[in-house]
Ligand binder design. Sequence first.
Ligand SMILES: Cc1cc2nc3c(=O)[nH]c(=O)nc-3n(C[C@H](O)[C@H](O)[C@H](O)COP(=O)(O)OP(=O)(O)OC[C@H]3O[C@@H](n4cnc5c(N)ncnc54)[C@H](O)[C@@H]3O)c2cc1C
Length: 386
Amino acid sequence: MTAPRTYSPRTADLSCDLLVVGGGVFGLWIARHAALKGLDAILIEKDRVGSGASGGLLGALIPHLPERWDAKKRFQFEALTSLPGLVRPIEEETGLDCGYRRCGRLMPLWKESFADIAAKQTAAARQNWKTPETGFAWDIVERPPREGWPAADAMPLGLVIDTLAARIDPRSYLAALRRSIESRVRIIEGEAFATCADGVVETSGGKRIMAGRTVLSAGYETFPILGQLLGGDAASYGRPVKGQAALLAAELDDDLPLVFHDGTYVIVHDGGRVAVGSTSEQRFDAPFSTDAALDEVLDKARRLCPAIADAPVIEHWAGLRPRAVGRNPMIGVLPDHPEIIVATGGFKITFGIAHKMAECVIDLATGGTPELPESFRLDSHLKDRS
Ligand SMILES: Cc1cc2nc3c(=O)[nH]c(=O)nc-3n(C[C@H](O)[C@H](O)[C@H](O)COP(=O)(O)OP(=O)(O)OC[C@H]3O[C@@H](n4cnc5c(N)ncnc54)[C@H](O)[C@@H]3O)c2cc1C
């Protein structure tokens, strides 16, 4: 830890090397990596751990398209391939199952143009995913491995099988992550970051926490905090994008691949549950309620996968994804606030990369220079501000 601040009982109620703000998947991973590095960490969460976007239903771990390879895609590939090796110890330590499975993904080809592109993507995956060594492939086939999953009429031109995609159960994963840090990280729920001056964070409940470094991993609510600390509108740093999803009860083989078609996901989780999603709304009046837009996604999913045609819905859910102004995750030390690091903006792919981004955050916090894609860096986002 570089230049840790010393505890002064007169000015602070608590002190730590690292204060993590926000108990979503990103904040939990930051806290876990901090603990593994031997840092004394506190995590504050304004509500309860998992009450933000991370407490949803889907948990798709989806690779970017394999062509037009760049640093961002390489970062995500490394994250997706390393995740099982990091989930396993968490499950062993805690005795909790994260519901992880490399199930693969099926993508029906329903337009000529998609079929042409898919052939190029197969070749790109072979090269960039190193198919001969890793086995991860983007293959075009005429029929799905299981008849009816998805429906034959959804794939007039065959389908792509992506064997890199996986799924994880968001809530089980969060519960296990939390349990894995509980004995090493002080988790304080019901306390929000309110202000920060000279390394002392004041919470909504009036607690003063002196921290060597503070990491803002409060999802979309990080953007107004950036406005407060750096000036300007919250929206000039990023925005929330609403998403809606549903959970169905259906006794299906839990090794079925997830299906993706024209923006709709159908994901079989363990224990007779199937997640369906998602909508994507830039504008919304009711951020946390579901509406007819979700019903449309559900109808589409039921037509796509007739095995869930009559499956009852057991939960409707809506949440707000953090989308940073540069459209990529946003990580970096704040200008003029060397003690504060921002870590947000994972948008639709956070679950597959949070562990690797968190490692970079801890590297930054301890004076290192992590290998982050240029487009993830805070400076790169600040250039994109209007
Ligand atoms: C419908 C839907 C489906 C999705 N599907 C997928 C998917 O399949 N795969 C995938 O990878 N991603 C998916 N996402 C996106 C993913 O859920 C998010 O990108 C991810 O959860 C963001 O994690 P986070 O930790 O950055 O933020 P969050 O999970 O939102 O966590 C931030 C936390 O900070 C807390 N907080 C806020 N302000 C403060 C404050 N001032 N002080 C203290 N705490 C504060 C909040 O209460 C919250 O708990 C989906 C999102 C939605 C809405």
